[in-house]
Ligand binder design. Structure first.
Ligand SMILES: [Zn+2]
Length: 390
């Protein structure tokens, strides 16, 4: 449903009869629809959990606050911290259907860094070694007061006057190249910057997504401003997008959806699948049509609920996942059902397929050999799809 067409689309529900016998086997996605990890940066293939934080169960975060000799803190840390918590952990609880509890422990005092705020070069090209030096300095400054044992993740927040700490990169280090404290090696660290004041708490969810192995879905080529690949869907693209919940593909990759909640079509034929809204717990959340070695097309149902409460266009979202494409180069690309129009500030924010007047109900990609046709929609927004793999 596109909200500027809401009146026309309300009651046009159709029922096309009982599903017919499927011509293809429909299986869970851990089998023939699981794309390979090709070794690109933050591949959409399976995660090697030896290198990332597994976001299932309780993940314990320690948050330390730093200030600098050139720009000492004058404000209270608790005020700053309220920008991220509890919004960030609550967002994860909803997105993960309760499977992830992010337990954040703040150490409410300022730790003075040994170097001025400009020494780490955040604004003119932060390198791995400078980023590591920043984290090392912060950990050393806090070490006497903080017991780092028992924490899986480290967050570092600078004072607001430290304008030189401009953005919020995530540090991901190979084994042995992390920063150690109290016998614990931190290989995944989020260092927040002043952009956290623009993004709000969802910057925690975006950066944590990297510590969980998710790639950037905005375009590095456009400087992060264009959002040509996924628009405002999935906050690994635009953090402030209207429908920021993680794609079903990401929820499955992270272990928040079971294998059987994604249905796989990998052989030629036609089948019917009913898909439940992504925002509700349980049921089938997506159909995955694998079309080549590294590529699959995914269809999921997005509704105005939960983390997507500000969504601009509801319905069936179709996107391509390519596990051979690097982070920031478009590993996920949303298919636009309305390519000549835009909504809520981006051409893709009205991308959903739907039934009803003014809607587009069929996606047909003859090149890739995949066709997804919306057959019916229930009162609770369960969509029955006819999926053809040629
Ligand atoms: Zn990012």
């Amino acid at each position: 449903m596109r909200y500027r067409l809401a009146l026309a689309a309300v009651a046009l529900l159709a029922w096309f009869g009982k599903p017919t016998a499927a011509d293809v086997a429909v299986a869970d996605v851990s089998g023939p629809c699981g794309l390979p990890n090709t070794g690109v940066n933050l591949s959409e293939g399976p995660t090697n959990w030896a290198n990332f934080v597994r976001p299932v169960g309780r993940v314990s975060v320690v948050t330390i606050f730093v200030d600098f000799p050139d720009v000492p803190a004058t404000e209270a840390t608790t005020t700053d911290f309220a920008n991220l918590v509890p919004g960030g952990p609550n967002w994860f609880a909803a997105s993960s259907y309760g499977r992830l509890t992010m337990d954040v422990t703040p150490v409410h005092r300022w730790f003075r860094m040994p170097q001025p705020s400009s020494a780490y070069n955040f604004q003119r090209g932060l390198t791995f070694s400078l980023h590591r030096a920043y984290i090392t300095d912060a950990v050393r400054a806090a070490d006497a007061a903080v017991d780092f044992r028992g924490f899986q993740l480290l967050h570092i927040i600078p004072n607001r006057a430290a304008a030189a700490i401009s953005f919020s990169p995530t540090f991901l280090a190979p084994a042995g190249a992390g920063v150690s404290a109290d016998g614990r090696e931190f290989r995944q660290v989020v260092t927040f910057g002043q952009d956290m004041w623009n993004w709000g708490f969802k910057v925690l969810n975006h950066e944590s997504g990297h510590t969980f192995s998710l790639p950037d879905l905005y375009s590095f080529a456009s400087g992060g401003g264009g959002h040509p690949f996924v628009g405002g869907w999935d906050l690994m693209g635009l953090i402030s997008g209207p429908a920021p919940d993680y794609f079903a593909w990401h929820k499955w990759k992270l272990g928040w959806l079971d294998d059987a909640q994604l249905r796989c079509v990998s052989t030629p034929g036609t089948t019917q699948v009913t898909v439940n809204p992504l925002s509700t717990t349980g049921g089938v959340k997506a159909v995955v049509v694998r079309t080549s070695t590294n590529v699959a097309f995914v269809a999921e149902v997005r509704t105005r609920a939960g983390n997507d409460s500000a969504i601009c266009d509801t319905g069936v979202l179709v996107y391509q996942v390519d596990s051979g494409i690097n982070s920031g180069s478009g590993p996920v690309r949303v298919v636009d059902a309305h390519p000549t129009t835009s909504l809520c500030g981006n051409a893709l924010n009205d991308a959903a397929f739907d039934l009803g007047t003014g809607e587009v109900a069929t996606y047909d990609n003859t090149t890739a050999g995949v066709r997804i046709e919306l057959l019916s929609k229930s009162a609770s927004s369960d969509y029955t799809l006819r999926v053809t793999r040629r």
